[in-house]
Design a protein around this ligand. Structure first.
Ligand SMILES: Nc1ncnc2c1ncn2[C@@H]1O[C@H](COP(=O)(O)OP(=O)(O)O)[C@@H](O)[C@H]1O
Ligand SMILES: [Mg+2]
Length: 297
């Protein structure tokens, strides 16, 4: 039995002549939080709607727990929690009425579970949804997605409209969900939103998957800024030859530079010289991520 929860093969969706998603091959193992990242228009929502069985692929397949997302959604409904990006609920219903309706669809959910989630997000379930702020409406969507304790959560930019405290609470809920062995497919257009919770990131650009990496690898490969202080004049030419070194400048006896990848070669290159101090700055993950967004191929 393999432990792949989401498996797409050559998954493609076209709207007229526009290809929203192109040949996506992606495996998401159980118990993983996958951050699905890409700029606006990259195809994140399209992917999510395919996984949630709301639209049919033009070609290729999306399998969830071994079921075809487009054809066998009935088998999946109870096991999936889905939060659409454009969450709109019936404005005339109160949060409680709306969630009760969904609880029936899911085959019953303990009221205490709903109340606990609502309380956690400071959400008043007695208020008509139409009268709620955007952030509070989003919370109704969050409760609806999590309340039946699904095995897979498919969340489309879930923190939209939430204030920072609620965003933190939400990240905490995601961690608990993952620690309980559930799988999370989480889309976002900002890295910082998923960095703290995702194990793996998949980066999408213009409908194509650019890379899938562990967050740790992304950090390791990110550009790192270093300041090397020498007892004498810095050996500039020596440093310049080291693979991965960029943005090299000198200020007196200090060489400032940025480097991608391992710093081992750099350390060896400067070892014959008298290095009196090394300052390593925080890796610029955002910059590494933006490289993926913008670089061709
Ligand atoms: N129903 C649709 N009809 C036509 N074009 C669509 C439709 N849905 C999405 N698109 C197009 O597909 C591309 C991907 O959109 P989307 O999946 O919403 O991206 P993201 O969620 O990453 O911002 C965009 O160019 C968008 O305009
Ligand atoms: Mg979207």
């Amino acid at each position: 039995m393999d432990n792949i929860v989401v498996r797409t093969r050559r998954l493609t969706k076209r709207f007229g002549r526009r290809t929203a998603l192109d040949d996506l091959d992606l495996d998401v193992p159980a118990g993983v939080v996958l951050g699905y990242l890409g700029p606006n228009g990259a195809g994140k929502t399209t992917t999510i709607r395919l996984l949630a069985g709301l639209i049919r692929p033009t070609s290729g397949s999306a399998m969830v727990f071994g079921f075809d997302a487009a054809d066998q959604y009935d088998a999946l409904q109870r096991r999936i929690g889905y939060l659409p990006g454009d969450f709109v609920a019936y404005p005339g219903l109160t949060g409680a009425q709306y969630l009760t309706y969904f609880a029936h669809l899911y085959g019953g959910v303990p009221t205490e579970r709903i109340d606990l989630l609502a309380k956690r997000f400071d959400l008043d379930l007695g208020v008509r949804i139409g009268a709620l702020s955007r952030g509070n409406r989003q919370k109704v969507g969050i409760v609806q997605a999590f309340m039946h304790d699904p095995d897979l959560l498919i969340l489309d930019e879930p923190t939209t409209g939430l204030d920072p405290i609620m965003q933190r609470e939400f990240r905490e809920l995601l961690r608990e969900t993952r620690d309980a062995g559930r799988t999370v497919f989480l889309s976002s257009h900002v890295l910082s939103e998923v960095e703290a919770v995702a194990d793996t990131v998949a980066i999408l650009r213009a409908g194509r998957l650019v890379t899938v990496q562990s967050v740790q690898d992304l950090k390791d490969r990110a550009r790192r800024r270093l300041d090397l202080t020498f007892a004498d004049v810095p050996p500039l030419e020596r440093i310049r030859c080291v693979p991965g070194v960029r943005e090299l400048t000198v200020d007196g006896r200090v060489a400032h530079l940025s480097i991608t990848g391992s710093t081992a070669t750099l350390i060896k290159a400067v070892a014959p010289y008298d290095v009196t101090n090394v300052v390593s700055h925080e890796t610029d993950l955002e910059a590494a991520f933006l490289d993926y967004y913008s670089s061709e191929g």
